[in-house]
Design a protein around this ligand. Structure first.
Ligand code: ADP
Ligand code: MG
Length: 264
């Protein structure tokens, strides 16, 4: 179980996350959707404990508060992050890396698992070096499975993939999904979500969760884009107002002006 309360993250005096609350139960998969630059990757980095960011708020994994732990201890506490842009590790083979991720597994067990991800032929090669986009993402999911973490942060596991690769990545997630792991899957396209069993969707705009809901939100994002939430978020943030229920007969601005007049 992952619990994030009032999570903030900033760099210098630029605030990127402005108080995020999330609770992802064991076995659940929550999708984080949002436009470019809204803070989705920063959310993953902050939960993982990337020290580039000054962070506030509380992050717990099960009963353990990991908020003040360094990155490696968060990893030991069961947090795994798969990167939007996986970096190559020159000089380290995937086999060596795999032994490091989970030193309880024998080489035979690692090879067995690699087969599941079609990664067997990559074990003797350097991690993520000269791999295609799809192969890198498969490698990330293989590493996730090796670690069997309590919390999996999957940052744009679908980015840069063609439609067949997206389907195959989604299938791998479905086949290896563990009832003890809490999954956060970040994406700005709804495509991959259609192949997954999603428990909850959160829309992040301007470093805040502006809307949470079920599968119906995927459709809403698809049809209305992110601008619909941008406006809402701006009004909430600048005026501390609750969401104004728009009516079709009036423009959003008209409503907004009326609301302001009522306030004055
Ligand atoms: P997303 O993943 O939703 O596209 P990011 O979390 O990568 O968004 O970034 C959110 C905002 O924070 C962007 O404006 C980005 O430029 C800024 N940002 C993120 N990380 C850094 C960093 N290390 N240094 C400076 N700005 C950053
Ligand atoms: Mg990102």
């Amino acid at each position: 179980m992952l619990k994030v309360e009032n999570l903030t993250a900033s760099i210098g005096d630029v605030s990127i996350l402005n108080g995020i609350d999330l609770e992802v139960g064991p076995g659940e998969l929550h999708a984080i959707m949002g436009p470019n630059g809204s803070g989705k990757s920063t959310l993953c980095h902050a939960v993982m404990g990337n020290k580039d960011y000054t962070q506030g708020g509380t992050i717990s994994v099960g009963d353990k508060d990991i908020s003040s732990l360094p990155q490696n201890e968060r990893s030991d506490s069961g947090v795994f992050q798969s990167f939007q842009y996986p970096v190559g590790l020159n000089g380290v083979t995937l086999m060596e890396f795999s032994r490091n991720i989970n030193n309880e597994l024998s080489d035979e067990e690692i090879i067995e698992l690699a087969k599941k991800f079609n990664m067997e032929e990559f074990l003797d090669r350097e991690v993520n070096v000269d791999l295609s986009g799809g192969e890198k993402k498969r490698s990330e999911l293989f590493q996730l499975s090796l670690k069997n973490p309590k919390v999996a942060l999957l940052d744009e596991i679908d980015s840069g993939l063609d439609i067949d690769a997206i389907k195959s990545v989604a299938n791998l997630i479905n086949e290896t999904r563990e009832s003890s792991t809490s999954y956060i899957l970040v994406t700005h396209y709804s495509r991959i979500l259609k192949y997954l069993d999603v428990d909850k969707v959160h829309v992040v705009v301007g470093g805040k969760v502006v809307k949470s809901g079920g599968n119906e939100l995927i459709e809403e994002v698809d049809s209305g884009g992110y601008t619909q939430y941008r406006e809402e978020n701006w009004i909430k943030r600048t005026h501390g107002l609750k969401r104004i229920p728009w009516e079709n007969s009036k423009s959003q601005n008209q409503h907004y002006m009326e609301h302001l007049q009522l306030e004055q």
